[in-house]
Design a protein. Structure first.
Lengths: 366, 366
């Protein structure tokens, strides 16, 4: 929380994707506008907005967020918003209009990460920064997207793709800039850790899963979580953005938690360990060289391991780098408002570096 | 680690302070220049350098760091460096010369935080960013310095002042931007935590202190650590930069570890807790309102508390904020190369935002 200040020119945003995260962000930008201006000197104007069903709307004067939110709550088309110009798809809207930032929060499935990848490529190639909560585009093309951003001198941020609003990526990328990554281990899926915590207490897999579903943590079809695909995406994101290496899906050794035998829990407990679903990344040679080995699998974790005490929906990452040694980050791993929070932090980072630039110019011209 | 790239115009640095941290940084910038250029697109040129004994030297073409390091190792005056212009003090050098960043790593004692405060004020008023590892200037004047930086649109970063190279400040300030702070608890002094870990194992205070001194953790006069003054400075820094509130020294309730009775350890253990030296900050009213209450004192910590398992020279912060909940960051708390690493990460952050700007301009002019 730096000094109070008044915002300069507002940051014009395309908000592409209007599901849980997109709506949370729209509500927050609408209702917390004054706090964001006061605490961060950040003014935001959502000029473009898109959902998969209706298409893309644009108003250069800024859309009325509470009106669009009401329309969405009523099941009406966002394209009925008065005064807004419409395009059939987000990609066409992004091509034809102007903004200072793309917030990409569509749901882009694991197959090819589309339409997210196309939205991000188009935007970065126009020299406009991108913030996303969209896992698969970053998992599959993170190195390429970061390079595109870098070559145009703009930001590409994806904080909420790993452990939601818990600041993992910014800590490892920015906070530990200058260190040489060695290895990383983590518990990266809240649902899976919640289920394993229940199973360690003696519940069956089915009982623990049902409890996670009642708690709103697990989907009706839980396979993306329990088979380890969600964690695999996060490991690929960490490899791309922290280790600088693009992995393909088949390069990640993966085993889910659906077939863990009761005996495995007992074995772990007998040796004073706990069974966790551990994601890991490791360079094959010191100094950040060689291959990156990636694994997602159930593994016994010794009681002194910082990961052993991480229970329920809490997640954690333990990062080893030279010359720092081990740094651990623990926090909530899931939740729509937490994903929104990660996007908001990224958005503030982009807005701040832009307002610094404006203020510095004004300073020099004075 | 983003894409390989070639650096643009190098970032010109005044390196003020040439003790352990300053020398580590000079060595690292000298020997890792190629890696920094390759991995971060960051080129650095140390144009000014100062120590307390000899004064300030400046060479606009960049000083020869290995030559200056050799000179310092031989006990010779840095002002004998051939080709360098000299000033009797850093402040005069900063006033008369040009640079893009001040790295302030002098030792500025707790009384008034000088000469660090004066160096930073002068630099920020010139619209030049500041990176520092200097605790007391930030503890005593953090809000003022951050406001000066903000009003000139430049960065003020002090990562290594709290938990050294472990990225605490960047995580809480940037990574959790947009959240509303509620409270914070931490173990912020490596020496004290090391001594308490020894005492919990049955050692006397004197034995545990002697061990910390043999390990190179505790100073010969350990009072700044064991009386809690060092932790007090860190709490004041966190209050200023994360909670946005400037505290005065007398507003921090402080009790050291020198007079803990053996019985206190036994009492804690009997109730299943561990005795730790806990720093805490808390808003008196929800929503980041009211007073900030600050404490540094021995306290029993329940076994399920994330702070309970933090032993030896490892430190930790548990931060509570809305809407995220609890985020914990654990890592090494001290060490000269770790303080240097925190400064390096800050320096890279400044260099990157500057090179983004340059690249964007080149992009537009193309």
């Amino acid at each position: 929380m730096p000094a109070p200040t008044s915002p300069g020119m507002p940051l014009r945003i395309w908000l592409v994707g209007f599901g849980t995260v997109g709506k949370w962000l729209a509500r927050t930008l609408d209702s917390h506008a004054r706090r964001l201006a006061r605490d961060y000197g950040v003014g935001v104007s959502v000029v473009g907005l898109a959902n998969a069903r209706d298409g893309f709307i644009y108003d250069e004067r800024g859309l009325d967020l509470s009106s669009v939110l009401r329309r969405a709550a009523d099941g009406a088309a966002i394209t009925d918003e008065p005064g807004a110009r419409c395009w059939p798809s987000a990609l066409e809207g992004i091509r034809d209009t102007e903004a200072d930032l793309l917030v990409e929060v569509t749901s882009s499935p694991s197959g090819d990460g589309e339409p997210g990848v196309a939205h991000m490529r188009e935007t970065l190639e126009r020299g406009i920064p991108v913030v996303t909560s969209n896992k698969w585009p970053v998992a599959l093309h993170g190195v390429e997207l970061a390079e595109r951003a870098h070559s145009h001198g703009v930001a590409f941020r994806a904080e909420s793709t790993v452990m939601s609003g818990t600041p993992v990526l910014s800590s490892l990328i920015d906070g530990l800039a200058g260190t040489v990554p060695i290895a990383l281990r983590g518990l990266l899926n809240a649902t899976v850790n919640f289920i394993l915590t229940g199973m360690a207490e003696g519940k069956s897999y089915e009982q623990a899963l049902a409890e996670a579903q009642r708690a709103g943590l697990a989907e009706r079809d839980p396979s993306a979580d329990v088979e380890g695909y969600d964690t695999m995406a996060k490991v690929m994101i960490l490899s791309a953005l922290v280790f600088g290496r693009q992995l393909r899906r088949e390069q990640v050794t993966r085993r889910g938690i659906t077939e863990i035998a009761r005996a495995e829990f007992e074995q772990a407990a007998a040796s004073g360990a706990r069974l966790k679903h551990v994601a890991s990344l490791e360079f094959s040679e010191p100094g950040g060289l060689g291959e990156v080995h990636a694994r997602v699998m159930p593994a016994p974790v010794g009681r002194d391991d910082p990961l052993a005490s991480i229970d329920g929906a809490t997640n954690a990452v333990v990062f080893r780098a030279s010359p720092v040694g081990e740094v651990a980050i623990t926090g909530p791993g899931a939740g729509p408002q937490l994903a929104g929070q990660g996007v908001l932090a990224d958005l503030i980072a982009v807005a701040r570096s832009r307002s610094k630039l404006h203020r510095r110019r004004a300073d020099r011209d004075a």
